[in-house]
Ligand binder design. Structure first.
Ligand code: SF4
Ligand code: SF4
Length: 409
């Protein structure tokens, strides 16, 4: 937590109407300005904050829409990650909450556990068990909220180890955690698109989870340990480090700030971060395949791409390079869909309202397909569209660019 970050907010309030939680909850304490005020009070003493302060800070999506709106350049994502770390130290929560947090973060950070969880989810979705559970509605509300996001994995998991021994490669891929296990076709499409421009992709064996979820949930030590491992894994080359999950990419670009307080690692972290690129910044427009028929596409801006990395033009330019594609705009395109990591599980009411608004905006545009660049948004929108009775598919930008026809089958 840096005093100079907190000092940048001049309390002008220009961010309020762009904050999704303020718009849904209508409370100043659930706005960026209100939360910054609470955080200033939090760090003024070493006391444990009251329950309502914890609730207002935990209700933030860390969507960073306030960073786009703020004329003073408040680094809100960084401030909130610091605040969550302080909360975890002073208010550790119940034993059950701590156990669940450890289990969840431990699962995303360990490929074997994640593979096991994905195999169970695959068995559940493919055997008809899912249909029975949904029809009987016997699950409690919170578990129902988790269950509705489950969908069958996209092909076989992607194995980055197959690309490990390529010393002459000119692109290094960070394969991610959930995306490599549950979105295998998207990963293979990303590699095909990157290599279609006469380049070679490698993916170091020692890479780990990026640590974004750890940082967002206040596990600063876990986030910093993962950052150090990734920096070491990708050193020894100056090749761009390419990522196709917006949340991971935004966090990797912030490694300099994550390890700013560690004199042994801060320079290495800054050098690592300077190499990180979202896949849409690297894939050439000449690599995309032609669409076979006219297609109406809604492009859903992932918050950590639009607000976290200010990347809006590149994905749209790639989509417009596809012959036959019409990009159809939607209302409030940059408002969060409610996914935000595990927010849809911790704050189902706000997440459901944001999802409802997003789905209504998408359906009003009458698209043939929805394209996004973040796995969390894709799962949330798939569930929302399905519950609204729509069969419009939701796919990753890289998969669509690689083979638009296959995505519409
Ligand atoms: S990060 Fe998003 S939810 Fe949090 S205060 Fe900023 S705009 Fe609001
Ligand atoms: S975060 Fe930025 S826009 Fe919001 S009140 Fe502070 S200075 Fe104004």
């Amino acid at each position: 937590m840096r005093d100079e970050d907190l000092a940048t907010c001049v309390s002008c309030g220009l961010c309020l109407n762009d904050c999704p939680t303020y718009r849904v909850l209508g409370n100043e304490a659930d706005s960026p300005r209100g939360r910054i005020q609470l955080i200033r009070e939090l760090v003024r003493t070493n006391d444990a904050p009251g329950a309502s302060v914890v609730a207002h800070l935990e209700a933030c999506l860390v969507c960073r829409a306030c960073e786009t709106a703020c004329p003073s350049g408040v680094p809100f994502g960084r401030i909130m990650e610091g605040a969550r770390e302080v909360l975890r130290e002073r208010v550790p929560g119940s034993r059950r909450a701590r156990l669940l947090r450890r289990l969840g973060l431990g699962t995303v950070a360990r490929p074997t556990r994640l593979r096991l969880a994905t195999s169970l989810a695959s068995f559940y979705t493919r055997t008809g068990l899912q249909r029975v559970v949904r029809a009987t509605r016997f699950l409690p509300a919170r578990l129902r909220g988790m269950e509705r996001l489950l969908s069958a994995p996209e092909g076989a998991p992607f194995d980055p180890h197959e690309l490990a021994a390529r010393p002459a490669a000119d692109i290094a891929l960070l394969a991610g955690c959930v995306i490599r296990i549950a979105f295998g076709e998207t990963e293979r499409s990303t590699v095909r698109l990157l290599e279609s421009d006469d380049r070679t992709v490698t993916s170091p064996r020692a890479q780990r989870c990026c640590g974004a979820l750890h940082a967002h949930s206040g596990d600063g030590d876990g986030a910093r340990a993962l950052a150090r491992e990734n920096i070491a894994a990708f050193e020894g080359s100056s090749a761009p480090i390419v990522v196709n999950a917006a949340g991971c990419c935004a966090h990797l670009k912030a490694y300099g700030a994550v390890l700013a307080g560690d004199p042994q690692w801060s320079d290495r972290a800054t050098a690592f971060a300077a190499r990180v690129r979202d896949a849409s910044e690297v894939v050439a427009a000449t690599s995309v395949r032609a669409a076979v028929r006219p297609i109406r596409v809604v492009y859903q801006d992932a918050c950590h791409l639009a607000h976290g990395q200010q990347i809006r033009r590149q994905p749209r330019a790639l989509l417009q390079a596809l012959q036959g594609v019409t990009l159809v705009p939607i209302a409030d395109a940059e408002r969060c869909c409610g996914s935000a990591g595990i927010y849809n599980l911790t704050h189902p009411e706000v997440a459901t309202e944001l999802e409802r608004q997003k789905v209504a905006a998408i359906l009003a545009a009458r698209p043939d397909i929805v394209v996004s660049a973040n796995p969390g948004c894709m799962l949330q929108l798939r569930a929302g569209l399905r519950d609204a009775g729509s069969s419009v598919p939701v796919v990753h930008l890289m998969r669509f660019l690689d083979d638009p026809a296959a995505c519409l089958r």
